[in-house]
Design a protein around this ligand. Sequence first.
Ligand code: HEM
Length: 159
Amino acid sequence: MVDYKITSAIMGERPEFQLPNRGFLDTLKPDGFMKLIHRFYAEVLESEIAHYFPDDEEELELIKKRNGSYFMMMCGGDDRYISKFGGDFDQVKTHKPFSIPDKARTEWLGCWEIVLREIENEVNHEDIQSYWNWLEVFSKHIVNYENDRQTREDIAKTK
Ligand code: HEM
């Protein structure tokens, strides 16, 4: 059984994390991984954090590609994310333009939980658990805003 536990993030903390098992990507293969990324973004666009992401389909496709290749790299796959997509290796900096409180992180993790449950029959649960644990801990590094403040994205949503 996979335990999709979420513990609270404290803004500014940088807890140590372990990378996911290589088996997660080995089982899914890059095609299966990208399908998962597409499912994840479909959930994101239906969620409370949809307004963080661009409406433009081409822009979103690029984000999926970059995000997918970065995540695969973290799972032990192709490490050419930086040269291929001009991506910023520093994920904290990459997310700086957005105000991300812990509640947005929780919503983001909730989207992952939905799509990871869908592959529980295909992928070894230990491997899913290792991927979840990495997401859960590393996403704490991305939190850069207090929960009780209205974010730029919240303001944009009401306009
Ligand atoms: C494990 C934690 C996370 C990792 C490793 C991660 C990684 C990434 C990557 C690689 C991209 C693509 C960046 C690029 O275009 O080069 C991205 C984009 C994005 N992420 Fe994350 N992310 C994480 C957590 C979150 C969370 C919790 C949020 C909360 C809302 C978030 C919001 C976004 C947004 C809004 C974009 C789109 C950026 C744009 O419009 O260019 N991310 N993320």
